[in-house]
Design a protein around this ligand. Structure first.
Ligand SMILES: *Cc1c(COP(=O)(O)O)cnc(C)c1O
Length: 239
């Protein structure tokens, strides 16, 4: 094994151990939680090594970086998640490689993604990104819709050709009532998810938790954790 591959294997084993322990502590089965490795800022060669090590879900947050990387890795059995703030003029590119867009946060983006999905003849899974620091009608500082907008956005996605409503996503907020209270923030997301499933029973994904707070996310009931740094190491540049 190359040095990089051994390093990634060791990091993955440590993250796997953290997820397993968190599941055991919460009385959950390990297979209730899916690991998504956030590969942003890291090269396609790392994505390839991760796939060889058994990773099946990767995430990116900038289309400029993600599009060439996904093209270079098109032969790998990977599910690509898009997790960044997304401009409508990038929807067409993202719909060309992403399987799931986790950052759906406004009606105009739903329209753009639907048109793009139809054009490329693909079906796109969508998560509504909730900003727990946004007031009603606003968007959060890092993207995301206010909780009050979830039902309307989910209905829009469900009715849009080429799109599928898969669930909800959040990033633990740095400001507002949930700042520093990751567990409470993720529990709020799970509560919103239960409400969403009343109308859309198949929308079961709850994407929450990163390198620093994956245990809190698993404890709260997340189905997907998005882990970058703990697997790949520090990012070469801000991303
Ligand atoms: C970068 C990123 C992650 C991963 O963060 P780490 O702290 O490196 O694990 C998760 N989710 C989103 C939306 C991100 O942008």
């Amino acid at each position: 094994m190359t040095d990089r591959k051994s390093e990634l294997a060791e990091n993955l084993a440590r993250v796997e151990e953290r997820i397993s322990s968190a599941c055991a502590a919460a009385g959950r089965a390990r297979d209730e939680v899916t690991l998504i490795v956030v590969t942003k800022t890291h090269p396609a060669s790392d994505v390839r090594l991760l796939a060889e090590l058994g990773v099946r879900h990767v995430a990116e947050n900038r289309d400029q970086d993600a599009a060439p990387k996904a093209a270079a890795c098109a032969d790998l059995p990977l599910t690509w998640h898009f997790v960044g703030q997304l401009q409508t003029n990038k929807a067409r590119s993202v719909a060309g490689y992403a399987h799931v867009v986790q950052s759906v946060d406004r009606p105009r983006l739903v329209t753009a993604l639907s048109a793009a999905a139809e054009q490329s003849g693909r079906e796109l899974g969508c998560l509504v990104q909730i900003a727990l620091d946004a007031e009603s009608g606003e968007r959060g500082s890092r993207g995301g819709a206010a909780a009050e907008q979830l039902a309307e956005l989910a209905d829009l996605v469900a009715g849009a050709p080429g799109l599928r409503i898969d669930g909800v996503m959040t990033v633990a907020p740095l400001v507002g009532p949930y700042a520093g209270r990751e567990r409470a923030a993720f529990e709020r997301l799970v509560e919103l998810s239960s409400r969403l499933r009343g109308d859309h029973p198949a929308a079961t994904m709850v994407s929450a938790g990163m390198s620093a707070d994956l245990e809190e996310a698993v404890a709260a009931g997340a189905t997907h954790v998005r882990v970058g740094t703990a697997v790949l190491g520090a990012r070469p540049r801000l991303g």
